[in-house]
Each structure stands twice: as C-alpha cells, then as structure tokens.
Design a protein around this ligand. Sequence first.
Ligand code: ZN
Length: 94
Amino acid sequence: MASREPAHWWDVRRAQNLKPATYRCPLCGRRLPALSEHMLIVPDGDSSRRRHAHTACVMEARRNGGLPTRGEWARSQPRGPSLWRRLTHRGGDH
Ligand SMILES: [Zn+2]
C-alpha cells in the first residue's frame, strides 16, 4: 500500500480528463493512463492536492473502510457541545 496524504475525509468523484497524461495511482502505486476511466480523490476537499486513482482501487479502499467521505468523517467525530447543538436545536420550537 502506497503512503497516503494525511486527510480527515476525501471527496471522491469521477475523473473527466482528456489530456493524454499518465498519473500514478496513490493507492496501488501503479501507472494510470489519464484517458482510462478512473476517479479523482481530493483530500479534505482541497482540489490542489487531488490525486488520480484507479476506480477499482478506490472501490477497494472504500470497502476496507478507507477514504471516508466528509459525511462519514463528521459522523465519526465526537459531538461537540456547541456546533452540533446549534445544528440540531432549531431555535426552541418544541
Ligand atoms: Zn490503483
């Protein structure tokens, strides 16, 4: 397993790339032709750090509990008293 960018969560989307470049998949370390069907993984939603990865590698990482989405990461966090309550407590309509 290649080393990964440190990130709390990942934005995963389908890559649309018409540039005939070759990337290196950060999940398996193998080469990835840009014109083949693949995915973009974006650590913490920071597109300047986005990486191209094989669709199969992304699927496998997800199956193994890796590459959590923002929503999955947020749910795994301890519920802070302030922000969470503000989001769930709607101005006292009981
Ligand atoms: Zn791969």
